[in-house]
Design a protein. Structure first.
Length: 181
C-alpha cells in the first residue's frame, strides 16, 4: 500500500472525530473510502485519536501507524555488490544467471532470480543517461562479430567447421544482416 502524506492522515483523523463517514473523508482528502478505513483502523490499533498528542512528529506518527514487524526484518536480504555484477557481465560468457547462482551460493536465503534481475536493472538505470544519436540514412553501417564461435555441420558430408557470426546493422533503419562465416 502506498502511504499517504502525514498531513492527509492527520486530516482524516480530525474529520473522523467530527463524525464524517469514511466516504466523505476520502472525498475531502482525495483518496478512496477503503484507504481511509485502513488508516483509521491503524490509528485505532495504535491507540491514536484526535486530537493527537502534542509534539507528535510526522516520523513518530508514521512509526505508530506502521510498526516494523518480524516479517519486515526477515524480508531484508543481503544486497549484492552491483558494481561487481556490472563489471563481471562485461566478461565473455558471464550471464546474470551465473552471477545470481554465485550470489545464492553465498546467501542461500537471498533474492530470487527475477527480483535479483529487477534490482540490477534498477541499479544499472542510475549509472548514466542514454545518449540519443541521429544516424542519417545510408551514412553509417555498424559491423561486428557476435559472441562466441558456433559449430556448423554440413548436412551432406557431416563435416563440422567452426564459424563466427557476422552482424551488420544500418544506423538509420536498424536493418540488420547476419551471416555465419
Amino acid at each position: 500500500m502506498k502511504r499517504l502524506a502525514m498531513h492527509k492522515i492527520r486530516d482524516a483523523l480530525r474529520l473522523s472525530e467530527q463524525g464524517l463517514s469514511p466516504k466523505k473523508i476520502g472525498g475531502s482528502i482525495g483518496v478512496g473510502r477503503s484507504t481511509v478505513q485502513e488508516y483509521l483502523s491503524r490509528a485505532r490499533v495504535a491507540g491514536l485519536c484526535w486530537p493527537l498528542p502534542d509534539g507528535l512528529s510526522d516520523g513518530d506518527l508514521e512509526r505508530l501507524l506502521f510498526p516494523r514487524t518480524a516479517g519486515d526484518v526477515r524480508g531484508s536480504f543481503a544486497q549484492p555488490d552491483w558494481a561487481y555484477v556490472h563489471a563481471e557481465l562485461r566478461r565473455k560468457g558471464v550471464t546474470l544467471m551465473l552471477l545470481w547462482e554465485e550470489y545464492r551460493g553465498v546467501h542461500p536465503d537471498g533474492y530470487g532470480y527475477s527480483r535479483y534481475c529487477e534490482l540490477y536493472t534498477r541499479w544499472e538505470g542510475k549509472l548514466s543517461p542514454v545518449m540519443r544519436q541521429r544516424h542519417p540514412a545510408g551514412e553509417r553501417l555498424f559491423v561486428d562479430y557476435a559472441g562466441q564461435t558456433v559449430d556448423v555441420v554440413c548436412p551432406k558430408t557431416g563435416e563440422v567447421r567452426t564459424a563466427q557470426i557476422f552482424v551488420a546493422t544500418l544506423g538509420a533503419s536498424n536493418y540488420t544482416y547476419v551471416e555465419a562465416s
